[in-house]
Write a protein that binds this ligand. Structure first.
Ligand code: PLP
Length: 455
């Protein structure tokens, strides 16, 4: 599909940009050092600016447009909901909310059949942790280095990346551990089996030294997303499930990024045949068309709050417009087999094409992923795995990644970049032709990264 592009309109673009610069305070940024692109429109896998430049979005926004931009069925459902019931308070039973909860519960693993709606992922994590603490009567929560769980107080403390550091003041009750990642093994492992066994032993040791009776929950991204798309080795998640059961610890899987088709299954947990006690979601639940997130809750934890109030809530919990977008998104995903499309995108197109890029580009140290969820780990040296830029590099130290990103954008490809990695995370329903167009641009842009790598 070639999306319609509007006529270039640089004057409007300049006005949009000027008002942004004057009044919008942006996330995670030194406000004077950023230069946000003024976006005029978006459709399918593309968006475009006011200057007449079009970009293929290999980042799916922030990995949320799982069905692409402006899906007509979801846009129509939002319009219809707006015309009938734009909003309503959370204490009432409302059709779009009931239906969204039913459709989500039908797809979540095991007995995760009750849905607490939030406005996004961080709030889902906050409330999952609150439920786990109240359910167990314990306080500590264990989370992994190399993780992201959101920007609010508990969620940012659980996060295992540098975004946590500035807000680490309230991290009492949070303990970090190392999850498996064979390519950069914290355990000096050389095989997946070794990595899995050693990571599980490390987790058990951490619990033992923290005091099992003080640990309320372990939270993991089923497949860590922003931190690098590390597929857990066979047996790891089942092992964590077993440890949680042994010590009465609540197992929370964060599927804010990995859920809703991204991995070629409804939830990444399905790939590993594990059922957590709580599962957090957001992003792909309605492709980010209207803010929505939530926690899917097991029967046992739901029972804790059957007669005792859950001490948490949000004015917009289960917002009718957001829920209508979720209902339409899930139905469109079913009708168009978008989950299957993501699976086939992974096996038939991305896996072989990215392996080919790795074979030809010395800067590609490792390719890993599944479905529409892939990372290229860029390195200076394929023998030592030295990253192309140091951990959390900025300014001059980050120049190789910045140059790679600029080259991709010049070629009309909008890449997802985090530290020394570029992630290939397009909409799950990107066409084969579009994917190949993006891969060709990636191929060219990687030559820029190659200049900093040992050939
Ligand atoms: N959890 C994970 C795994 C995420 O990737 C994110 C966002 O990227 C969040 C939580 C936070 O979600 P939100 O930004 O909607 O609060």
């Amino acid at each position: 599909m070639t999306p319609q592009t509007q006529q270039p309109d640089p004057r409007t673009g300049a006005a949009v940009k000027a008002a942004d610069r004057a009044h919008v305070f942006h996330s995670w940024s030194a406000q004077d050092l950023i230069d946000p692109l003024a976006v005029a429109g978006a459709e399918g896998s593309y968006f475009w600016d006011y200057e007449g430049n079009r970009y293929l979005d290999f980042a799916s926004g922030l990995v949320f447009t799982n069905i692409g931009y402006q899906h007509p069925k979801v846009v129509a459902a939002i319009q219809e909901q707006a015309a009938t019931m734009t909003t309503f308070a959370p204490a009432f039973a409302v059709e779009s909310r009931s239906e969204a909860a039913r459709l989500i519960a039908e797809r979540t693993p095991g007995d995760l059949d009750k849905i607490f709606f939030t406005n996004g992922g961080a709030e889902a994590v906050e409330n999952a942790v609150r439920m786990a603490r109240l359910h167990t009567g314990r306080t500590k929560v264990l989370s992994a280095y190399r993780s992201y769980h959101g920007g609010t107080a508990t969620a940012i403390n659980l996060t295992g990346d540098p975004r946590r550091w500035a807000s680490d003041t309230a991290s009492a009750g949070v303990v970090h551990f190392w999850a498996p990642f064979l390519y950069r093994s914290p355990f000096y492992a050389t095989t997946e089996a070794e990595e899995s066994a050693r990571a599980l032993q490390h987790l058990e040791d951490t619990i033992a030294y923290e005091g099992p009776q003080s640990v309320a929950a372990i939270i993991l991204e089923t497949i860590p997303g922003t931190a690098g798309i590390m597929i857990p080795p066979p047996g790891y998640l089942a092992g964590v499930r077993e440890i949680c059961d042994r010590y009465g610890i609540v197992f929370i899987l964060d599927e804010v990024m990995a859920g809703f088709g991204r991995t070629g299954s409804w939830f990444a947990a399905d790939l590993f045949d594990v059922t957590p006690d709580l599962l957090t979601f957001a992003k792909g639940v309605n492709s980010g068309y209207v803010p929505l997130g939530g926690v899917a809750i097991s029967g046992e934890i739901a029972e804790t709050f059957a007669k005792r109030p859950f001490p948490g809530g949000l004015t917009y919990s289960g917002h009718p417009l957001a829920c209508a977008a979720a209902v339409a998104t899930i139905k469109a995903m079913e009708e168009e087999d978008i989950v299957g499309q993501a699976a086939r995108l992974g096996t038939d197109i991305l896996a072989p094409a990215l392996a080919d890029l790795a074979a030809r580009h010395p800067s590609v140290g490792e390719v890993r992923g599944v479905g529409a969820f892939w990372a290229l780990d860029l390195v200076r040296n394929r023998e030592t795995h030295e990253p192309l830029v140091p951990y959390n590099a900025t300014g001059e130290a980050n120049a190789p990644m910045a140059a790679f990103g600029a080259a991709a954008k010049k070629l009309g490809l909008w890449p997802f970049i985090n530290m020394n990695r570029t992630h290939v995370v397009p909409p799950c329903n990107i066409t084969e032709a579009e994917a190949k167009e993006g891969l060709a641009a990636l191929d060219t842009a990687l030559s820029v990264a190659d200049e900093h790598a040992v050939a």
